[in-house]
Write a protein that binds this ligand. Sequence first.
Ligand code: ZN
Length: 98
Amino acid sequence: MGAIDTGTDDLSATHRGYVAGRYRDGALSDTWTDVTRCAERTFIAYLARCGCGWLGEPHPADPDGYHTCQRDLIRNHLSSIATPRPAGTDRSPDDMPR
Ligand SMILES: [Zn+2]
């Protein structure tokens, strides 16, 4: 279904990311809906969404928006979870040297 997970068993149970579509009534599609196969204008926006409740920014409901959502999910959510932090540090990934 196009779901993206961290590849780590204990995390993927909670963190199952996917691209959700926002319907005209404001509801979001579930993880079983392949938004790329829905009729045009079914959705007003695409959003990256994760099973843990995390929700990304809305993007246009088109192929570019879909890919932006996938990047959004990996960069802004899954990558920060999948990267173990050294014990005793409290820094967010944004503070790490680039
Ligand atoms: Zn998550």
